[in-house]
Design a protein around this ligand. Structure first.
Ligand code: 6PG
Length: 253
């Protein structure tokens, strides 16, 4: 895995850096091709990033040229507290001048099959031909304590060709029914940023970042952009089981 690893003392500093990368990549994308396509993640880790983008960095983004997608979504209504769209809407989207037509959510109320078809069509509208999905400028991903990312869980099929999958997976007490983008989409991105914090993820993170490749057991290892940048933003707790030479090399105050 050819990745850049940045280690931060805490989630605040990590999230500020993640927001700065959003601003930089949005400016680059708008300059190079007139729009910025970004995929957000769900879960608890991105909340502080969303807060920074909604406040401190709000005026540094060309929201007219920004299109928001999700790397995965839980099949719950938009107003459900477990909705990743709902979380981003409440913490970020409703606080920035972003047109509803620039928000490309998974329409969960359609039910799994129709929502999956509908989301595939949304992707197709931004496709980088000959692919049927966009070349995202930026993708944010998290990692579960079990090594899953987006809704790609351990033991799930590795060789997938379609851009969108319907998934049923148990993880903590979170909704099991999900829709997820797949490695062909993520690995076509210009930049993928993983954010992971907390000591509960340290053992798995050391496995994921080790050079022992086991993508079936650690789906986060399936993400390796072929012509893009892979960046891990982690805190010192999550980094606590990484080999010392790796930590020394990447520790950033
Ligand atoms: C989801 C996510 C999922 C998440 C990880 C980490 O919707 O649940 O996309 O992949 O990123 O489970 O979640 P935390 O950030 O809450 O640890």
């Amino acid at each position: 895995m050819n990745a850049e690893i940045n280690i931060f003392p805490d989630l605040q500093k990590l999230s500020r850096h993640a927001a700065q990368l959003f601003v930089e990549e949005s400016a680059r994308a708008v300059h190079e091709h007139g729009r910025f396509l970004v995929a957000l993640n769900g879960g608890s880790t991105p909340v502080v990033l969303f807060q920074y983008l909604a406040r401190e960095y709000r005026d540094q983004v060309d929201w007219d040229k920004t299109h928001i997608f999700w790397g995965d979504e839980r099949l719950v209504p938009a107003n459900d507290p477990e909705s990743s769209y709902g979380q981003a809407r409440d913490v970020l989207l409703r606080h920035v001048p972003l047109a509803a037509s620039n928000v490309h959510r998974v329409n969960t109320e359609l039910g799994s099959d129709e929502a999956s078809r509908d989301y595939s069509l949304s992707l197709k509208r931004f496709a980088s031909v000959p692919l049927e999905w966009p070349r995202f400028d930026l993708v944010y991903l998290g990692m579960g304590e079990d090594g899953h990312t987006a809704s790609l869980f351990p033991g799930s099929p590795i060789e997938v060709t379609e851009p969108v999958l319907i998934v049923t997976a148990e993880y903590q007490d979170r909704p099991a029914q999900r829709i997820t983008l797949t490695p062909p989409v993520f690995n076509n991105a210009r930049m993928v940023i993983f954010m992971a914090t907390g000591d509960k993820k340290a053992t798995t993170l050391a496995k994921v970042l080790s050079d022992r490749y086991n993508p079936e057991l650690y789906p986060a290892q399936r993400i390796d952009p072929k012509d893009g940048k892979l960046i891990w933003l982690i805190d010192e707790e999550a980094a606590s089981k990484l080999p010392h030479e790796l930590i020394r090399k990447f520790c950033e105050g």
